[in-house]
Design a binder for this molecule. Structure first.
Ligand code: ADP
Length: 575
């Protein structure tokens, strides 16, 4: 056996190789041992062991000779290692002309052995020799036996790695689930999650949540803390593109994950908007990435991006499954945390409201009690009809106010329970609003307000008492918040709709408050300065919307407010 350096019995050599290979635990160790054995046995000057990952071969161990091995080789490439990986045939090059060399000084030989287990090629061993040599039948048989041994050792190491992976994955999933189940703070949940992912399952990880029609980064973790800032700067300067047919927005829009097993430079170039962007992305050295949606109750609330960079690894489909599962659990946890937060806020609002409502009800009640007591005192003395009348008027007003407040409270439970029923009948809206305004004559006078009414005949099918309630509320507010100024009232038919406008020149409402005031219990003013439950506008909105209409406000602080109600008039034949 001329090819084998030692004169030992080949069987003994095979046995020694088997023992050396039996010690290894990881694929890299196995590749290293296989290379050492092959190089030693054949006296090669250089060599490399490649393992197959998908349709790529990656170097796992290398003895550098005249030329370093390619770190990765795609299976389709016209190079011997790729061809052997595809064919599974050991290939011997008895005389190899180095590419680009015309002289014969560096003529060498080579061998590429397929590492095959159960008819599957899991990798190759490539050896090269500086001297020209040939491989006879015995050499080839021996090389085949060595390759089979190495293949078995590598396969066992890969299997062990997969088992370790499965163990680590379930431990990771369990840790993530525990952490997610315990936390009720959505922000903290996401940061902990990102930190759990890095470094075992990504070099960096970012989580974004949908806010309006954008997404905002809530958490980011990186193996290299300096790069956290770098990634944040990149995101700030070049926010994700909403129109791209891939990437975070696409995932959020479609609810479907994306995986980039390898990120070719072409993709990076395509994604960059300018040279500076390209430079920044390249700096991150992204090698492989995946983006999974955070979906809960059929809604995508955000996305998680994981990237392999520095550690030179690649995601596979099985990683995608793991991340999708983690993202599903994270989305559930965030949703729960948000529900709890909303609930806590709602309870707080209700408690504040109950406290305020108690005070609110006490004011007219106190007035009523005062009038009754003073009437009792008067009875003991001489009662004059004039005194009696004014006392009784005041008592009646206080009890009306009390009644109205109680009605508002009852309306809340009625509307919340979905029991607001409208009873439409033919109504002259302009007349109805005038009648309401007349009822406010005393209050207008007491507040020093003047009223200006402009109406045009407006006929519609409407619930009289509910529209009365809406108009009353708007006029009462104009008086309450109008600082004694002019109150303008207008009723008209515009584009087939009945329009009621109530305008005052009082304290006004800041733009930030203009949505909120239509919500239940919401007020833009302090309780102490102005009485009220913060319910009137909410009830008005419920009535108007149930009637198919809209209610809006235009206002600015200290410039008064104009509330506009638009109501469909329906068919009014016979009105
Ligand atoms: P309430 O008047 O009982 O507080 P509303 O629901 O009627 O409740 O109004 C909600 C809030 O909207 C008020 O607390 C006040 O801050 C604001 N608001 C309503 N009408 C006006 C107005 N005409 N001018 C200024 N602020 C107003």
């Amino acid at each position: 056996m001329a090819a084998i350096e030692s004169e030992d019995d080949p069987l003994a050599r095979l046995q020694a190789t088997a023992i050396a290979l039996a010690q290894v635990m990881t694929p890299v160790e196995a590749a290293q041992a296989a290379l050492e054995q092959a190089v030693g046995l054949f006296g090669a000057s250089a060599g490399a062991v490649y393992l197959r990952y998908g349709d790529e071969l990656r170097v796992q161990a290398e003895l550098v000779g005249a030329h370093p091995a390619f770190p990765t080789v795609r299976l389709g490439e016209a190079v011997p290692v790729a061809q052997v990986a595809l064919s599974g045939e050991h290939t011997y090059f008895d005389s190899l002309q180095e590419p680009g060399r015309a002289d014969s000084s560096r003529v060498s030989s080579g061998v590429v052995l397929a590492l095959e287990v159960k008819t599957k090629v899991i990798g190759v061993i490539a050896l090269s020799f500086e001297v020209r040599r040939s491989f006879d039948r015995d050499d080839r048989r021996f090389a085949g036996a060595i390759a089979a041994q190495c293949a078995l050792a590598l396969d066992r190491a890969l299997l062990l790695e997969r088992e370790r992976d499965v163990g680590e994955r379930s431990a990771f999933l369990a840790a993530a689930s525990d952490m997610l189940a315990l936390s009720l703070d959505p922000g903290a949940v996401l940061q902990q999650l990102a930190e759990l992912v890095v470094p075992r399952f990504a070099d960096w990880c970012a989580v974004e949540l949908v806010e309006g029609d954008e997404t905002r980064q809530h958490a980011v973790a990186h193996v290299d803390p300096a790069k956290v800032i770098w990634a944040a700067t990149l995101r700030d300067k070049y926010p994700p593109d909403r129109s791209e047919p891939r990437g975070l927005y696409h995932v959020v829009r479609t609810g479907k994950s994306e995986i980039y097993e390898t990120i070719p430079d072409g993709l990076v170039e395509q994604a960059a908007v300018d040279a500076e962007h390209l430079r920044m992305i390249r700096e991150l050295q992204m090698r492989s990435a995946l983006i999974v949606p955070l979906t809960v109750r059929g809604r995508t609330i955000g996305g998680l991006t994981a990237v392999w960079a520095e550690s030179n690894r690649n995601y596979t489909r099985s990683d995608l499954g793991l991340f999708e599962e983690v993202a599903r659990r994270a989305a559930l946890a965030i949703d729960n945390a948000m529900l709890v937060r909303d609930l806590e806020q709602a309870v707080q609002v209700r408690d504040d409201f109950l406290a305020a409502a108690g005070h609110e009800l006490k004011t007219p009640l106190a007035a009523l009690q005062m009038q009754i007591e003073s009437l009792q005192r008067m009875l003991a003395r001489d009662v004059t009809p004039a005194n009696l009348e004014s006392r009784l008027d005041k008592a009646a007003r206080a009890s009306t106010r009390l009644g109205r407040l109680i009605d508002e409270l009852l309306d809340v439970s009625r509307i919340t329970a979905g029991r607001l029923r409208l009873d439409p009948e033919p109504v002259l809206l302009d007349e109805l609003v005038r009648e309401v305004a007349e009822r406010f004559a005393d209050q207008l006078g007491a507040a020093g307000c003047t009223l200006q009414v402009t109406t045009a005949p407006t006929r519609g099918l409407l619930d009289r008492s509910r529209i009365d309630q809406v108009a009353s509320n708007l006029i009462a507010n104009a008086i309450k918040y109008g600082r004694g100024g002019l109150v303008e009232l207008e009723v008209a038919t515009e584009q087939g709709e009945g329009v009621v406008r109530v305008r005052d020149h009082g304290i006004g409402i800041a733009p930030a408050e203009q949505q909120r005031i239509f919500e239940r219990f919401e007020r833009a003013v302090e309780n102490r300065s102005f009485g009220g439950f913060g319910l009137g506008l909410w009830i008005a909105r419920q009535i108007v919307e149930a009637s198919g209409g809209t209610i809006t406000v235009m206002s600015a602080p200290r410039s008064g407010a104009m509330f506009e109600v638009r109501l469909p008039l329906g068919t009014t034949e016979g009105a």
